[in-house]
Design a protein around this ligand. Sequence first.
Ligand code: C2O
Length: 571
Amino acid sequence: MTMTHLCKKTVVTVVNGQLPGPTIEVTEGDSVIVHVVNTSPHNITIHWHGVRQLQNGWNDGVPMVTQCPIQPNQNFTYRFNVAGQVGTLWWHAHVSCLRGTLHGAIVIRPRDGTNSYPFPKPDREVPVVIGDWWSIDLAEVDRKMQDNFFDYFPSGSTLNGKLGDLFNCSGVHEDSFMLDVEPGKTYLLRIINAGLFSEYFFKVASHRFTVVGSDANYVTPFTTDLIVIAPGETVDALLVADARPGKYYMVALPNQAPLPDTQTPEPATRGIDRLGNAGNAGKPAAVLPVMPNQHDVVQSLYFHSNLSALQHPRHRVPQVPKRVDEHMFVTLGLGTACRHGGFKCNWDVESETGLVATMNNISFMVPTAPLLPEHYRHVGSQLSTLVELPDKPPKVFNFTDVSLIPVGPKEKKLETTYKATLARWFRYGSAVEIVFQSTAMLQGDSNPMHLHGHDMFVLAQGAGNFDEARDVAKYNLVNPPRKNTVVVPNLGWVAVRFVADNPGVWYMHCHYEFHLAMGMTAVFIVEDGPTANTSLPPPPVGFPTCSNNEYLVPREVSLQTPQHTVSRLMD
Ligand code: C2O
C-alpha cells in the first residue's frame, strides 16, 4: 500500500493493511498457526523472533536457511508452539529491509493467568513498537544499498507507526502516539525495537520505569528513568502514572557512536503520555524528558548490565551451565572482500571488491539452496559448501584501537577478508561459551547479536578488549539474564553461554540490518541427539521444496566500494 508521511507518498509492504502489523496474543503453551498469503510483489518469509522453536526449525522463517522464500501469489502456513516463555517477542519478515514495515508484537501471557505475574498486576498492557520510517520504498533501499550503502538513512523514527510532532509536512504535524493513563494506575509497556538502523534511548518525562522482563524472560525488577533497547530486543517495563495530571512526552532517541565514526542523520521521535483529563486543548504544553546525549553510548552498557534473571519460587528458570564444552571468541567488524568469494580478485579494481561485515574476519555469503533441508537429508555429514566459523580471529591486535576507525595504513593491513557460507557445528547438548568482541575495524558500532532457536545466558559485558585473566571473574553464574539478542557494546565485549539443545540450522547474526546484509552472520548447526526426542523431526507434510528457479536471487553480500568508504569517512 501507499502511505504518506513527511509530504511524500511511499510504497510500503505491510500485513493486513497495518503498520505495525497485528499483535499475536497467546498464552504460554499455546500452539499458533499463521497462514501467510503473499500478495506483495516480493519474496518473503516471516520469522518468529525469539520463539524457541524446539525441534521445529522448519518454521523459523529464514530464507535460504530454513526454507525457500514465499514467492508472490504463494502461501505458506507456519505452525509453532510457544512453550516456556512469557513476556514479549515479535515477528518480522526475514527479507532484507522489508522487515522495516513487516513486523508486529507477540504477547505471551502466563498459563496460570496474569495474577501470577511476579510483579504488581498492571491495569493495562500496551505494546510500544519503536521503528524507523523510510521515505523510500524499502525494496529499493535493499537494491541500492548493495552499491552505496551509506547513502540511505531512515527519514524518521516511529512509536507504534506514528512519527509524532517533531515531524511535519508544510507545518502540519505528523500524528503522535498517544497513551491515555489514569492517575495511580499501572501500565505494562511491552517495548520492541523493530528498527533497522539504531539502538534507542527511551524515556517518559517525570516518570520512572520498573523493568520486569526482556526477550520473554522475567528479570529481577529494577527501576530506571532510561530504557536502552537495540534492534531485536524487547523490554517489558511497568510505568505507574504517579505524576501530576498533565501531558508528558515519551521520547525515543536513536544513539550513535561518536566521532571518528561516520555520523548519520538519526532523528528522534516522540509520543504523548496523557495523564488524567489532560487531552484537552488549551492546557499547558507537554513536559519534555531530559534525554542523554545521542553519543553517550555507554548508557547502553549500564542499562544492559542491570539485567539479571528473576529468582522466584513460582518461576523456575534453567540454570546456567557451569561446565563448558566449547569456547569461542568472535570478533565483529568491517573489512574488504572480493565480491565473488575467495581472495582471487583484483584488489585494485573498485568493482571487484567491497566493504563487508564479518565474524572472525569472514563475511557470510547467502547459500544458493536452503540449508536446513540439505542438512536434514545428509544428517551427520558436514555440507561441503560451508566453511567452518573459526573459534578465534586469525590475528590478535588491539581490537578497540579507535585509530582503526578511519581508513588508514594500520587499518588496511587488517581489513582483508573473504566471503563464505559460515557455519559452526555443535554436538547435541554441548554447553557453548562465546565471547563477542566489537572491534574498531572501520567503525565503532555496537552489535546486537541475535541467535535463533536458543536463549543465551549473558554472563558479563564490558568496555574495551576482553581480558580473560581479569574478566572471567566478573561472570554472573548465579542469575544471568537469558536473552535471544545480546548487545555487544560499542568497542566492548559480552560473554554468553547457551546449551545447544535444539537440533537444526540456526541463524546467528547482528540485528542491525546493514550489518546483517553486509554479512555479519553465521549459521549454528546443532546435530541430532541420540533419541527421537533429541532429533530434528522430518519436514512437515507439504513442506515446499524449491526448484532452482524458485530461489531468491542469491544476493551478493552488500558491497560498498572502498573508495566510496574512504570519501564518506573523510567527509
Ligand atoms: Cu529478528 Cu534473524 O532475526
